[in-house]
Design a protein around this ligand. Structure first.
Ligand SMILES: Cc1ncc(COP(=O)(O)O)c(C=O)c1O
Length: 350
């Protein structure tokens, strides 16, 4: 090939998206099972009418709305093309080549990709035996080269969450010039009162940034909107490294309309939380190990049998997300979809 690609490109892990299989139920990408609300779809259609024009590059109205909603200064918010884009922007804004980005493993699979793509060094810290962030070990892993730590709370794919005391003890150990990114993509599904609201911590600590998304509770995964709340200088840096116009007008309009109908969206999240509880109890009764989940999915640490389980689920018309040699993540769907999955899990020879 005549072009010279980066030598280290082969080291980049590939993001494996949940599969869509015609005729099968998809419980593989932690999406909500319901489509966007009618009012949101109408807002998208209106925005499409002006689709010949570029979107508002500064995402002004949505930023102001989020600022009001969360009671923070607009200057502290950066909106992005999904929170995964912001993960990449964070590395670009914070890390020089060779700087270290610490995160738990297994956690959100984009972290090593964005770290390596951003020329940083990915430092993976194993979860505890209970599939929870080992915050002590993560604090121990911080070196003078560490610029950033991702804490995914609740964690994807295990669903486990760290509590307020543990997180505060961790923050007390992190040097004040190391950025702690609290990735709260699943915040709306958290029910344990001991799991802290990252926005409160971001208000208190100058080195904390929170990531939120419209992809899960707000049902806009296909429209791509996420946002970061952190120190104003960091938010400005995130905007500075963003791909211009990355947040489309339909996406901005959809997010605004979703905020107008938050109560309805959150009520549907509560139903999904109920399904997570039902999945957890039923799977445990079948003999599966299921760590307690604070998200809209459950984790089955099946180790070497993960792929076999996923194959079996697919034969029974359910797509789940297997992580080879590690486990299987299953998103909660409608009660009918969950019933189908539980029947499949029940017919798997453990
Ligand atoms: C922990 C976590 N962070 C971020 C994201 C990315 O979400 P978005 O669709 O906003 O890019 C996901 C999506 O699965 C996730 O699980």
């Amino acid at each position: 090939m005549p072009v010279r690609l980066r030598d280290d490109l082969a080291a980049l892990p590939t993001y494996v998206a949940g599969r869509t299989v015609p005729g099968a139920v998809k419980l593989a990408s932690n999406e909500m099972p319901l489509p966007p609300l009618p009012a949101v779809r109408a807002a998208v259609e209106r925005a499409v009418e002006a689709g010949n024009r570029y979107p508002d590059i500064a995402v002004t109205t949505l930023t102001a709305r989020l600022a009001e909603h969360h009671g923070v200064e607009p200057a502290r918010i950066a909106v992005g093309c999904g929170s995964v884009a912001l993960c990449g922007q964070l590395v670009q804004a914070v890390c020089a080549p060779g700087d270290e980005v610490v995160f738990a493993w297994r956690s959100f699979e984009a972290y090593p990709i964005v770290a390596l793509a951003g020329h940083a060094t990915a430092v993976r810290v194993p979860l505890t035996a209970g599939h929870v962030h080992d915050l002590d070990a993560m604090a121990d892993a911080i070196t003078p080269r560490t610029k950033m730590v991702f804490v995914c709370n609740p964690n994807n794919p295990t669903g486990t969450a760290v509590g307020e005391d543990a997180l505060r003890a961790f923050l007390a150990r992190v040097p004040s010039d190391v950025l702690v990114v609290l990735d709260e993509a699943y915040r709306e599904f958290v029910r344990d009162p001991d799991v802290p609201d990252g926005l409160a911590l971001a208000a208190e600590y100058d080195n904390v940034c929170v990531l939120r998304t419209f992809s899960k509770a707000h049902r806009l995964a296909g429209l791509r909107v996420g946002y970061a709340v952190g120190p104003a200088e960091l938010a400005a840096a995130l905007r500075g490294v963003a791909v211009p116009f990355a947040v489309s007008s339909p996406a901005q309009a959809a997010a605004l309309a979703a905020l107008d109908h938050l109560d309805e969206l959150l009520a549907d999240c509560a139903a999904v939380v109920g399904e997570v509880g039902r999945m957890t109890s039923a799977l445990r009764a079948l003999g599966y190990e299921v760590p307690p989940s604070q998200a809209n999915f459950v984790w089955l640490p099946l180790g070497s049998r993960a792929l076999e389980f996923a194959e079996h689920a697919l034969e029974n018309k359910v797509v789940v997300r297997a992580f080879d040699g590690d486990g299987v993540r299953v998103s909660a769907g409608t009660p009918e979809e969950v019933d189908l999955f539980l029947a499949a899990a029940g017919s798997f020879a453990l």
